[in-house]
Design a protein around this ligand. Structure first.
Ligand code: R5P
Length: 329
C-alpha cells in the first residue's frame, strides 16, 4: 500500500539525460550540474547519410531531456534531435523535453517578403511531431518563436549571466554605454544596460539583400569617449559586428567590448573578428567554438557557460518548481 501511494505521487519517473553530438561539452556540464549521467545511445550515420539511433536502456515512463544544439552541421544536428525524440517517444518515455541551447532557423520567423517560408515555424512543428512534450530554448532570435510551439516550454536568456560578468568588469570601464547592433535588439539591450546601470545607444542597421550582407547606417546615442559594449543575440558571419565596431570607433568610442549569446561564427567570421580593435569578446557555450577558432581570438575571448542555468531549469521542471523565481519573477 505504502509503495503504491509513493508511486502515485510521482508524475514522471527519474531524470534521464540524452545528448546528440551537437555540443558534447555543454551536455556533460549540464549532466554534472544535474548529477545525472548522460544515458548511453548510439547515433550512426550510414553510407547513404541516413542516421540511426539506438538507446542502450529503456526510457519507459522516465522524465527525459534531450540536449542538442542545432548549430553547424545544422541539418545533421537537427535530424539527430528529431530522431532521438522519436526514438524516445516510441520507447514510451513518460515526458520528453527538447533542450535546444541554439535553435537553428530562428531568424526565419516571419513572411517579410512575398514567396518566402517561415522556417522557424516548420522546425517547431517538426520538434512537436517528433515527440517533444516540452522545450527549453535560450534566446531564440525573436520572441514570437515561442508562439510557433503549441507545447509548453521555458525560454531562457543568457543575458543575466553576461550582465553578471559585465558587472564584475564594470570598474575597469570608463563611462560604459551599451550599444545594440540593430534596433530589433533594442529591448533586450535595454535590459542589459539596466542590469549594469549604464546608458543605452542603438545602431540603425538595414539589411539590403538575402545574402547575409548587412549595412550599418548610424548610431543613435552617445558613444564618444566612452567604453562601448556592443550587444547582439548572435554573431553569424560577423558582418553586422564588423560594421558596428567600425562605426562606433569612427564616432570616437574608446575600448570596445563585443557581447553575444550565440557564437555561431560561420565561414570566416572569426578571422574578421580577430582583426577588429576589440578589447574583449564575451559569449556563451550555446554553440561550441572549435579550438582552431578560439585560438584566433586568444585571451580576448571569454566564454560563459549556460550549463548551470539549463541544469537548474531541468531540476526545477522535474520537481514541478517555478523557473520564474530564479529570476525574481
Ligand atoms: C540579426 O538580426 C541578428 O540579431 C544578428 O545581428 C545577425 O544574426 C548577425 O549576423 P551576421 O554576423 O552575419 O551579420
Amino acid at each position: 500500500m505504502a509503495r503504491n501511494d509513493q508511486h502515485a505521487m510521482k508524475v514522471y519517473g527519474d531524470i534521464k539525460l540524452y545528448a546528440g553530438t551537437g555540443s558534447p561539452e555543454l551536455a556533460q556540464k549540464i549532466a554534472d550540474y544535474v548529477k545525472a549521467p548522460l544515458c548511453g545511445r548510439d547515433i550512426i550515420q550510414f553510407p547513404n547519410e541516413n542516421l540511426f539511433v539506438k538507446l542502450h536502456s529503456s526510457a519507459r515512463g522516465q522524465d527525459v531531456y534531450v540536449i542538442q544544439t542545432t548549430s553547424s552541421p545544422v541539418h545533421r544536428n537537427l535530424m539527430e534531435l528529431l530522431i532521438l525524440l522519436q526514438t524516445l517517444k516510441l520507447d514510451s518515455a513518460g515526458r520528453i523535453t527538447a533542450v535546444i541551447p541554439y535553435l537553428a532557423y530562428a531568424r526565419s520567423d516571419k513572411k517579410d517578403q512575398p514567396r518566402v517560408p517561415i522556417t522557424a515555424r516548420l522546425v517547431a512543428d517538426m520538434i512537436e511531431v517528433a515527440g517533444a512534450d516540452r522545450y527549453i530554448l535560450i534566446d531564440p532570435h525573436a520572441g514570437q518563436v515561442q508562439g510557433f510551439f503549441s507545447i509548453p516550454g521555458d525560454v531562457l536568456t543568457g543575458f543575466y549571466l553576461i550582465s553578471d560578468y559585465l558587472r564584475s568588469r564594470r570598474s575597469e570601464m570608463k563611462d560604459p554605454v551599451v550599444v545594440t547592433v540593430d534596433l530589433g535588439f533594442a529591448k533586450k539591450g535595454r535590459n542589459v544596460a539596466a542590469n549594469i546601470e549604464a546608458p543605452i545607444a542603438f545602431i540603425e542597421k538595414r539589411r539590403v539583400a538575402n545574402d547575409a550582407k548587412a549595412q550599418a547606417l548610424t548610431v543613435i546615442g552617445e558613444v564618444e569617449n566612452r567604453d562601448v559594449i556592443l550587444v547582439d543575440d548572435e554573431i553569424d558571419t560577423g558582418g553586422s559586428i564588423v560594421q558596428a565596431v567600425n562605426l562606433v570607433k569612427e564616432r570616437g568610442a574608446r575600448n570596445v567590448y563585443v557581447v553575444c549569446v550565440h557564437p555561431v561564427f560561420s565561414a570566416n567570421a572569426v578571422d574578421r573578428l580577430a582583426a577588429l580593435p576589440v578589447k574583449q569578446f564575451i559569449t556563451t557555450d550555446t554553440v561550441p567554438i572549435p579550438a582552431e577558432k578560439q585560438i584566433l581570438l586568444k585571451d580576448r575571448l571569454t566564454v560563459i557557460s549556460v550549463s548551470a542555468l539549463i541544469g537548474e531549469v531541468i531540476l526545477r521542471a522535474h520537481q514541478g518548481r517555478s523557473v520564474g523565481e530564479m529570476f525574481n519573477e
